[in-house]
Design a protein around this ligand. Structure first.
Ligand code: ASP
Ligand code: MG
Length: 408
């Protein structure tokens, strides 16, 4: 069971979480519960570091950020004691979560959950501080990147072979689209790991992307549900041959994207490699890439990236202007992406055509297009995003479709 920050924001909510955990334990299950930092604690800690230093040292930042989750799990353990349960809290490193040394965005490389297993065997409920681990090399405290408690929970669930990883949050599940934008957005009863991976990568914020990767790689069933209601949420499960596949399951969007176009690059081998190597070395997350047909030995190259990495990317590209001899660089900081996700797309032609038709009927111009077997993404002007999401939700009838699938 994983509880997000809003689920443990105050004393009453912590007692509510303890009651949910106690109920699961009383029904006969062994429970490991991972908790996030309370409310906006992590934001507050980041701000604190920035008040002290312009460039806080990453190791020390992790030491600081890891405290939020420790507070929560100790408090939940106390609340469980008051309900008459045995409960023990653990830091990430005590729980055996080993990571690489990339401070503030460490990746889990191994889990040695012996202490967790022992705690369970001793009849305890195990509480684990999310979002953190210990580096194998330096034995330093690390954190897993914002939203990383989801990853802690799924990775632990995989490691101890849990029946299910329940993600308790302040929404009731995964929706067909962002309900703040689409009034008719509805909760999906179930969605495959692959579909959820595309949704998370393309802007859905319900689950951290890494956690969904873990769930898919280790086949962990996830159940995203509300901390404040007993209702079933959304099951995220392995796709099976008999699973009914919606053509379009959901719509994700991202508003904080930017686009860079490099014009007049030499149309010859090695040029794209040089450009994307310097960007990769600067840890800039490049996404959709398009290269135009060259003419006169020159070509244009465009790609998207997160808006907050735009100025860094421009600086990096400036450093290779001399060697690459491109003509110019232009940037567009007014773009976003809208994505349709659906496993049934694989076997149904015409989805892209319909998507583009719907957008054109709304006079929305498409700047770039990017696809996978189960996803179609368009890059459009930021101001058109909400209109596009609503129009597509309507045209593909996602409300009726999800409701129907919930009933079978
Ligand atoms: N507390 C961390 C954050 O705010 C991790 C998490 O909540 O999952 O990003
Ligand atoms: Mg979260």
């Amino acid at each position: 069971m994983k509880f997000g920050g809003s689920s443990v924001a105050d004393a009453d909510k912590i007692r509510n979480v303890a009651r949910r955990i106690a109920a699961a334990r009383e029904s006969g299950d062994d429970v490991v519960a991972v908790v996030s930092a309370r409310g906006k604690t992590t934001d507050g800690l980041v701000q604190l570091a920035n008040e002290i230093s312009d460039r806080p040292d990453p190791r020390e930042l992790d030491m600081l950020l890891s405290t939020g989750e420790r507070i929560s799990c100790a408090l939940v353990a106390m609340a469980l004691h008051d309900l008459g349960h045995q409960a023990v809290s653990f830091t990430g490193s005590q729980a055996g979560i080993f990571t690489d040394s990339a401070h503030t965005k460490a990746r889990i490389v191994e889990i040695r959950a012996d202490r967790i297993r022992e705690a369970l065997e001793g009849g305890n409920i195990a509480l684990v501080a999310g979002f953190q681990g210990m580096s194998i090399d330096g034995k330093n405290v690390t954190t897993l990147g914002r939203g990383g408690s989801d990853t802690t929970a799924v990775a632990l669930a995989a490691s101890i072979n849990a029946d299910v990883c329940e993600i308790y949050t302040d929404v009731t599940g995964v929706f067909t689209a962002d309900p703040r934008i689409v009034a008719g957005a509805v909760k999906l009863p179930r969605i495959s790991h692959e579909e959820m991976l595309e949704m998370a990568a393309m802007g859905s914020k319900v689950l951290a992307l890494r956690s969904v990767e873990f769930a898919r790689n280790y086949d962990v069933p996830l159940h995203v549900r509300s901390s404040f209601s007993p209702d079933e949420g959304t099951w995220i499960i392995k796709e099976t041959p008999d699973m009914e596949q919606a053509i379009v399951s959901g719509i994700a969007h991202k508003s904080d994207e930017a686009k860079i176009t490099i014009t007049g690059v030499h149309d010859q081998p090695g040029v794209a490699a040089s450009i994307f190597t310097v960007l990769a070395d600067a840890l800039i997350n490049v996404d959709t890439i398009i290269q135009n047909m060259g003419s006169d030995g020159r070509a244009d190259l465009s790609f998207t990236l997160p808006l907050d990495e735009l100025s860094r990317a421009r600086d990096v590209l400036d450093t290779i202007k001399g060697s690459l001899e491109y003509t110019s660089i232009t940037a567009d900081d007014q773009i976003g992406k809208v994505t349709l996700v659906g496993a049934g797309m694989k076997s149904n032609p015409g989805i892209a055509a319909k998507m583009f038709r719907v957008l054109s009927d709304k006079d929305i111009n498409i700047l770039m297009i990017d696809t996978s077997t189960i996803r179609i993404t368009v890059v459009i002007n930021r101001r058109d995003i909400e209109r596009a999401v609503r129009a597509l939700h309507d045209a593909f009838d996602l409300e009726a479709e999800a409701t129907r699938r919930g009933n079978v």
